[in-house]
Write a protein that binds this ligand. Structure first.
Ligand code: GLP
Length: 249
């Protein structure tokens, strides 16, 4: 595992954008796994800037969502498909239909999860972006999620719903359920890039990177993957041992 520690969120976004740029420009048919959340916003902004100013092209790429809320209207701005469209897809040259995700409005959600799982494994995902929840979740795999889990419907924890309430208008409840790629699904990607900024992520990051591999800390599953880069703003790295924090840029 490579750990890169930087001083600011924009610097973290540049490191992640470098990895994404290398991937989309060199992979024969790039399948890019996208996370959402506040941590990804500067990453998407940096990719948009590179597209506009340097012609970074996504025309050959396909993008795949990590997770999606259940119970929102199709046009709800908080639906992750719409977030990705608003912050990234509509500003770059991702082709029509190039953003893939589970359909949260499918009549049979279990069948839809199985369909999306098959689509992901066939893609296959070359580079998967990941954030981390303050309780150690990745995607919407909450503590207790089996390390061999696949794409499925999950209930969101109180901590996750409270943490994500800031993205919803006052008075609108954070959905109680979501579809998420499983931990095994995520691990099937060729390369994982996990990003975290802020002191409130430091404990989860330390447990994910250096703690025991356990379903109680779903993000600890990244330790099982042979090609992982963890990009941290210094504030999120304070719980790591000195040797790991040494790779500071
Ligand atoms: C949500 C998403 C996760 C993301 C996490 C962290 O719960 N489902 O994929 O990693 O939030 O979000 P933020 O970057 O806003 O802290």
């Amino acid at each position: 595992m490579k750990v890169v520690v930087v001083e600011s969120a924009p610097a973290a976004a540049r490191v992640v954008a470098d990895l994404v740029e290398r991937f989309v420009t060199t992979a024969p048919r790039p399948a890019l796994g996208l996370a959402t959340g506040a941590t990804m916003a500067p990453v998407f902004a940096e990719l948009v800037r590179r597209h506009r100013e340097h012609g970074l092209s996504f025309a050959r790429a396909r993008a795949y969502l990590l997770d999606e809320y259940l119970g929102l209207d199709r046009e709800d701005p908080c639906a992750y498909r719409n977030v990705v469209h608003r912050l990234l897809a509509r500003h770059v040259d991702l082709g029509a239909g190039a953003v893939h995700g589970p359909d949260p409005h499918a009549a049979d959600l279990d069948a839809e999860c199985d369909r999306y799982e098959r689509e992901l494994l066939a893609a296959p995902i070359g580079l998967q972006l990941l954030g981390i929840g303050s309780n150690g979740h990745i995607a919407f795999n909450e503590p207790g999620s089996p390390l061999d889990s696949t794409t499925r419907v999950v209930a969101l924890s109180g901590q996750t719903r409270a943490g994500n309430a800031r993205f919803f208008p006052a008075g609108q409840a954070v959905p109680a359920r979501a579809i998420t790629q499983g931990i095994a699904t995520i691990r099937a990607a060729d390369q994982l890039v996990m990003v975290a900024c802020g002191k409130h992520k430091a404990q989860a990051v330390a447990r994910a990177v250096e703690g025991p591999i356990t379903s109680e800390v779903p993000a600890s599953a990244i330790q099982l993957h042979p090609n992982v880069t963890v990009v941290l703003r210094a504030s999120a790295a304070v719980g790591l041992s000195e040797s790991l924090r040494a790779d500071t840029q």
